[in-house]
Write a protein that binds this ligand. Structure first.
Ligand code: KG4
Ligand code: ZN
Length: 341
């Protein structure tokens, strides 16, 4: 098979997405989001998201095929996110993908959503160097991964011990009165504020705990410190300097992520850092990573914003990697949360 054509399907959280990738070329990319339906609840409601997936699944897959000028019979394989994610959401995507694969007699690959965030960078930057480090930051994950072979061998170097970075932003954003997801609002206000206005701790960077967890993250203390400061100011009747709060929080979180990622690159002698996940859209993080990358001779590969947030292209791209590596396909009865690699 010269350049495999893979249909990728994503439904782990609030995006129903499908895309066609041929080799390293993105032929179509369709995303439907139920985000607006969750905004007033302050977070994703699994039941609402699952129903939205059931409604969007066929139209989204149909549009991805149509935009690429293809029929289902033209694809070589189907890939679907098989975790980690919300069970009801995964069930819709995985069941839908199984039905398509069965009806069209195509091999089906249940792929790992987090590794998909790494794989997608190939669409913009080409193949991976042999050993590379990846920082995946989203509402649900904050992980530092050592990528030996994206289809077969990815090791966890570090992870968050409590909240994910996006979750921390979303929770503070809620306190400041922003709708879900609050991350982009914090980003926007942080650009207008003074990052040194408020003292915000840098989680897990000092002391014995940091020495034991050099590549792990902790953002719940940061969130609590900011929340307490806001409460105190409100109790004193002071107006909250929203821009400064956002700038100080963003500076702390982005600094820790960038510092630990670069330390990881040094430890594994990696000249390349792959960055992915919804939070990698964050401008403070992008600036910090560009700075530390430049200072340390590390090429930082952050994809364009549309490929950072959840999409089908990441799933299709990882599907291509698995087809090319001869890994899989998944067994017909594979359960949700049985993702490869
Ligand atoms: O990867 P993603 O789309 O979904 C998950 O798998 O969680 O990431 C969503 C997360 C949310 O927490 C959202 O607030 C955050 O990414 N996010 C941002 C920005 N854009 C999205 N956080 C900070 N700054 C941004 N510009
Ligand atoms: Zn994601």
């Amino acid at each position: 098979m010269s350049e495999p054509i893979v249909l990728g399907i994503e439904s782990t959280c609030d995006e129903t997405a499908a895309a066609i990738v041929q080799g390293r070329t993105l032929r179509s990319n369709v995303v439907a989001s139920s985000m607006n339906e969750h905004a007033r609840y302050g977070g994703v409601i699994p039941e609402i998201a699952s129903r939205a997936h059931a409604e969007a699944f066929v139209p989204v897959v149909g549009k991805a095929l149509a935009d690429a000028g293809l029929e289902l019979s033209d694809v070589d394989a189907i890939a679907v996110s098989a975790g980690p994610g919300l069970a009801g959401c995964l069930a819709v995507g995985v069941s839908g993908a199984k039905a398509l694969a069965y009806a069209a007699n195509k091999p089906l690959y249940g792929v790992n959503h987090v590794i998909g965030h790494i794989a997608v960078t190939q669409l913009q930057f080409g193949p991976f160097p042999d050993d590379t480090l990846a920082l995946i930051v989203s509402g649900g994950h904050t992980s530092l991964l050592h990528v030996r072979d994206v289809a077969r061998h990815v090791d966890v170097v570090g992870t968050t011990l409590d909240d994910a970075a996006g979750e921390c932003f979303d929770k503070v954003a809620r306190l400041l009165g922003f709708p879900y997801p609050g991350g982009p609002h914090i980003d926007r206000h942080a650009r207008l504020g003074d990052p040194r206005a408020i003292r915000v701790p840098q989680g897990l960077t000092q002391g014995k705990a940091a020495a034991r967890h050099p590549y792990d993250f902790s953002f719940s203390g940061v969130k609590t410190a900011v929340a307490r400061w806001i409460e105190e100011q409100r109790a004193l009747g002071n107006e909250i300097p929203v821009d400064d709060v956002c700038a100080s929080l963003a500076d702390s979180v982005a600094s820790v992520l960038a510092k630990k990622a670069i330390n990881g690159c040094r430890r594994f002698d990696s000249r390349t850092l792959i960055v992915g996940g919804g939070f990698s859209a964050n401008s403070q993080l992008r600036t910090k990573l560009a700075e530390v990358g430049e200072d340390n001779g590390v090429q930082v590969r952050i994809p364009r914003i549309g490929l950072c947030t959840d999409n089908g292209a990441m799933v299709a791209m990882l599907g291509v990697n698995l087809v090319e590596a001869g890994v899989g396909p998944s067994s017909p009865g594979f359960p949700i949360d049985s993702a490869m690699p």
